[in-house]
Design a protein around this ligand. Structure first.
Ligand SMILES: [Zn+2]
Ligand SMILES: [Zn+2]
Length: 343
């Protein structure tokens, strides 16, 4: 329960597409003597997880309507799945890896137009502003440090530099496509189909069914997990993703979708060959089987279906055959909804 004596003095109305973390920075700015961390601790306790079941106390603390507070994106909940989930708009998604830390990146021009942090900027693979068609900025051009959530001002770096003056680089069509699709999914800032960058209908359909969690899983699988597996890297699914890597991941996912299914199948072949070179009999068997099954089971090359079959087949075979290495690490990535293999 929030102590009434510790309530904030100045109230601020939350914006409809605002990030909870950004709102807390704005509250701290408006109420001298408060820092974002202090507000967070006062309302959510030491664990510092902004749980939705504390939102009523939070509304009382900042003298705002509970309904308005609940509309903010970035609340957490636990106990509804194997890992904590984060709410974006009205959708719950697996918090890691799909959400980055709050307010880690900004669009300088959007901030100049209206100083609040958009909720979509907190999605790890949302790397550009679809309105201004530039990459988001996560580093201060003056002191070269990464933006951190606990800063005292939404628009200023710790060193005092006004981030609205930061120069933003024009983005790529792939990043724009990924961002526009995710934005569509949270039902905001829709681009009309005419202004969408070059994308096949198939690719667009694949990640724009209106289900944010499905879109995030496909983009993550095609942009991060699968390419990492192909080059033999173990990807740590639940670790945070820096913006510098997310830019590449969004491009990779777009490339894979835009050249569907050729690039995916080439990747499978490469994966298969590299495992052969290492004479890993079990892995080879797994991959050969997976590849053949995908061909058999996916007439029409439906990306959703191929992804599902890849995961299903890999998981089933890994349970019985292969218990080590990067294939195993793939199976433990919760964003792919694979069950971990018992030791
Ligand atoms: Zn912008
Ligand atoms: Zn700075």
């Amino acid at each position: 329960m929030v102590d009434i004596k510790t309530r904030l003095f100045f109230a601020l109305a939350p914006r409809t597409d605002e990030s909870l973390g950004g709102y807390i920075i704005r509250l701290a700015e408006a109420n001298a003597g408060h820092s974002p961390e202090r507000i967070m601790r006062s309302v959510f306790g030491e664990c510092a997880q902004p749980r939705l079941d504390r939102s009523t106390g939070f509304a009382a603390y900042c003298r705002t309507e509970p309904d308005d507070i609940c509309g903010l994106s970035g609340f957490w909940r636990t106990g509804h799945g194997p890992v904590p989930e984060c709410r974006l708009g009205s959708v719950w998604v697996v918090a890691k890896p799909h959400m980055s830390g709050p307010c880690r990146a900004i669009c300088p021009q959007c901030l100049s137009d209206d100083s609040y942090s958009r909720d979509t900027w907190d999605i790890s693979l949302y790397t550009c502003c679809i309105e201004h068609q530039c990459d988001l900025v996560d580093r201060c051009p003056e002191c070269r440090r990464l933006l951190i959530w606990s800063r005292r001002s939404l628009t200023r770096c710790h060193c005092g530099f006004d981030m609205r003056r930061a120069r933003a680089t024009p983005t790529s069509s792939g990043r724009l496509f990924v961002a526009a699709s995710l934005s569509d999914c949270v039902d905001r800032s829709r681009l009309s189909p005419d202004t969408l960058p070059i994308a096949t209908n198939l690719a667009h359909e694949a990640i724009s069914f209106g289900h944010l969690d499905t879109a995030l899983q496909i983009i993550w699988f095609l942009g991060v997990s699968f390419p990492a597996l192909v080059i033999g890297k173990i990807s740590r699914g639940r670790a945070g993703v820096p913006l510098s890597s997310a830019l590449t991941y969004a491009d990779q996912a777009f490339h894979m979708l835009n050249n569907w299914p050729r690039t995916f199948v080439c990747g499978l072949d490469k994966l298969f060959t590299s495992r052969l070179e290492k004479s890993n009999y079990e892995a080879e068997r797994v991959l050969r089987f997976v590849r053949d099954r995908i061909w058999q089971l996916t007439p029409g090359y439906d990306p959703l279906n191929m992804r599902r079959i890849f995961q299903q087949q890999t998981r089933d075979l890994l349970k019985r055959a292969n218990r080590t290495g990067s294939l195993r690490s793939l199976s433990s990535q919760l964003e792919l909804e694979l069950e971990p293999i018992p030791l």
